[in-house]
Design a protein around this ligand. Sequence first.
Ligand code: GMT
Length: 381
Amino acid sequence: MDRPLKIGVVCHPTYGGSGVVASELALSLADIGHCVHLFSHEVPPRLAASPGPVQMHRAQGVPYPLFHSTPHDLAITSEILNVHREIGLDVVHAHYALPHAVSAFLARSAASADRGHRPPKVVTTLHGTDITLVGNDPSYAPLTQFVIRASDAVTAVSSWLAAETRRQFCLDEDRPCLVQVIPNFVDIERFHPDAAKRRPKRSRPRAVHVSNFRPVKRVPWLVEAFAKCLEGRNAELVLVGDGPDQAAARDVAQRLGVADRVSFLGERDAMPELLAPADVFVLTSREESFGLAALEAMACGTPVVATDVGGVHEVVEDGVTGLLAARDDQAGFAAKLGALLFGAIDAREMGRRARAAAVDRFRREKIVALYETLYRNTIAR
Ligand code: GMT
């Protein structure tokens, strides 16, 4: 048997997808016997909700009047270094290029000057907006490009994102940099159609959406599409999560007279219990590298209606496990949503196929093994 690895995972502590993937990966790696340390400035919600044996390092740094805001990323770098000096980390796996790949890179550089353990390898996983909205902004782009190149291994959560990374950062031109695709994954036992069992019977079909309500998710646009799909029929839209566009989405619901059919649940941890009873999961992003919440819904047997952007089609197969509409085709999106909500298309059958696809292509064990192999190959180099 291969020796257990000492793995550091660095992530944002939010409800956003990268923090979920990092936490679930850390827990899965610890479950199979690796020694896993997770670094963030708060405990990520998915980690907090689990009893798994991951060692959490909440590195916040000290506020100081000279700092505009407390530089958590520097505190995280120092903490990685402390742990490395104590136990000798094999790998530091940074989720989201900025600032985490920079923290991992700095920790590796500092460790190179030590006499003790061999410096840890840096593995960076790109999630989406770290390349498309944040990382490519001129204020960060040179550093994003540098840390991608300086990482010992780089992964992207979809083929679309890998291609976009190579294109935006010219990785093929002057120096080849391999971006390996390792898709996101789902725990198919926890995210299961049976999570719906104890729900009371409902009188109207339900669509559910989960996100951080950032403008890229277009939640107000979703409420408009939902109102359009009704055409005098009754259904409900359940919105889970919170963020900048919540107030705008409420305003749209009021303005279009559907406020009594749209509920705002705020941030929740009980995802399988919310996803499984829904008839349809909806995602209206302007840009989306993967769509983790859509995959979690599929695992619960809930089909997806989504905009065909970024890597979404790598997760949702149009006409098979869900329906895809062109990015700005709100009428088309509404028609597809209506077809699934009101029975023109058999949502239960599509949901069964969605579950089968999640089990076959995205189950946790299968994808975690890809990360494990990547770590071992990188360490051996
Ligand atoms: O923007 C978000 O939805 C959050 C963001 C994150 O990093 O927390 O999500 C990105 O990473 C997720 C996990 O890999 C992907 O499933 C999302 O598609 C991706 N979001 C976008 O590309 C907009």
